[in-house]
Design a binder for this molecule. Structure first.
Ligand code: 5AD
Ligand code: SF4
Length: 448
């Protein structure tokens, strides 16, 4: 029994997702599941009877957030003279730490991994009877079969098509928290895409830890799937993320040339520029091979925006290795990119490698790298001024009548004169800042 457990069934819920877009997708699916079970969305975590913390384990900082949130939730409940909400820890910290979470944070009622969250209603019922509930199984049967139908949502939707990773980069927890690579079946994906479009989506981002490794038994690849989804009339845009350089098939590169609905944006992390470090990371590609690949993608789609991820301070990284990272960043010229300090993750091979880099060295390298990436991003944004492009309106801006949407190259674009959310408008880009563009509307294509 858990002495801290609430002993009533929760009526309202709040899901808070950390980390990657796949976690955001899982968070949405958990919300749908709880609603199908009769719960309603609370206005905030403070007002919810059940709070689901959908966690990320990728770096130490991300993983620690859950414990400060649990502390805050219990403290706030006490301060407001309210019963502690039922707390569920989901996501990758749940998978990695399992029952340990309850030892460190007794206020937690449920621990549920990313492959087991379809069981959430049963776990909630168990927790309501005072028993701490744990499910970190990775069942062979797909959780997707057990999830309810997609409900109404915004114009830009996520759709997980592939999960897990077999690459075993030496710094990364994903193969342990998300398990082996699996591809969802073709028919299931097409049905979900149609349901999302029926529920209002005009853009779908296909998600996977290695999304470009998606394949099925008949030998079809991600490009075949994209081609099929492009035939859904009311679906205007398709994106996909995250990709591994070694799975960038010829067909997928060609799709960037041949399928107009596939947006000109590619997130293709290289992580580092030194071949020695890439080898120690077990990336199984070198810097030259990566640059050749980018060149081929640019031949297929000259205006493509390239994004990436970088790690500074991997064990053994010397000044010369770091300079090689700056070199590859200069050679690629990014539209945007994410960069991180290396964070040793328990259970990964790199965590026990010698020659860990000092934190001050990492700080300095990260600053230099981010300065270069910011400069590239600003330059990329400035280069769109004067262009005419379509913008998918996604949300309200700060000022009355203002709306914010996305360009084909995934930049945020602010427009005036309030087109409806979900409209695809033709816009002239008139100015650019480091993080967004301003556009004036030329014409609107009605929402389907
Ligand atoms: N430390 C720092 N960054 C990491 N990433 C993955 N694992 C680690 C780690 N241990 C970064 C990689 C990856 C992105 C999602 O997070 O750059 O592409
Ligand atoms: Fe974080 Fe990776 Fe889990 Fe996404 S899959 S939530 S990035 S640990």
């Amino acid at each position: 029994m858990n002495p801290d457990a609430p002993n009533t069934r929760p009526k309202s819920y709040h899901v808070k997702s950390f980390g990657c877009q796949m976690n955001a997708y899982d968070g949405t699916r958990m919300a749908e599941l709880l609603e199908a079970d009769g719960l309603t969305a609370a206005a905030s975590a403070e007002e919810a009877d059940l709070v689901v913390l959908n966690t990320c384990h990728i770096r130490e900082k991300a993983a620690e957030k859950v414990y400060s949130d649990i502390g805050r939730l219990t403290k706030n409940a006490r301060k407001n003279d309210r019963a502690k909400p039922m707390i569920a820890v989901a996501g990758c910290v749940a998978q990695a730490e399992g029952a340990e979470i309850g030892v460190r944070a007794p206020a937690v009622d449920i621990v549920v991994g990313p492959q087991a969250y379809h069981n959430l209603p049963d776990l909630v019922a168990k927790a309501a009877s005072g028993i701490r509930a744990l499910d970190t199984d990775m069942p062979a049967a797909s959780k997707f079969d057990a999830l309810p139908k997609r409900r109404k949502q915004g114009p830009a939707a996520f759709l997980t098509v592939q999960e897990g990773c077999d690459k075993f980069c030496t710094y990364c927890v994903v193969p342990y928290t998300r398990g082996a690579e699996i591809s969802r079946p073709w028919g299931q994906i097409v049905d979900e895409a149609k349901a999302l479009v029926d529920a209002g989506a005009r853009e779908i981002t296909l998600l996977g830890q290695n999304v470009n490794a998606w394949s099925d038994d008949s030998g079809r690849g991600l490009h075949d799937l994209i081609e099929a989804l492009a035939t859904i009339p009311a679906l205007a845009r398709i994106r996909y993320t995250t990709s591994h350089p070694n799975d960038m098939a010829d067909g997928l590169i060609a799709a960037h040339r041949d399928i107009p609905k596939l947006m000109p944006f590619l997130h293709l992390p290289v992580q580092a520029g030194s071949d020695r470090i890439l080898k120690a990371m077990n990336r199984s590609h070198d810097a030259a091979g990566y640059l050749k690949l980018i060149e081929r993608v640019r031949v297929a789609r000259p205006d493509i925006a390239i994004s990436g991820d970088f790690i500074v301070g991997f064990p053994g990284e010397t000044d010369a290795d770091f300079e090689a990272t700056l070199d590859i960043v200069r050679a690629v010229d990014h539209a945007q990119a994410f960069s991180f300090k290396y964070s040793p993750r328990p259970g990964t091979p790199a965590a026990t490698m010698g020659d860990q880099v000092a934190i001050e060295v990492m700080d300095e390298r990260l600053q230099r790298l981010q300065a270069l990436l910011n400069e590239q991003q600003s330059r990329f944004n400035a280069a769109t001024v004067g262009k005419r492009c379509e913008v998918l309106i996604e949300r309200d801006g700060k000022l009355p009548g203002q709306r914010i949407g996305k360009s084909p190259w995934l930049q945020s674009v602010i427009v005036e004169n309030g087109p409806a959310i979900g409209e695809l408008v033709t816009v002239d880009i008139v100015s650019a800042g480091p993080n967004s563009l301003v556009g004036t509307i030329v014409a609107a294509r009605a929402a389907a």
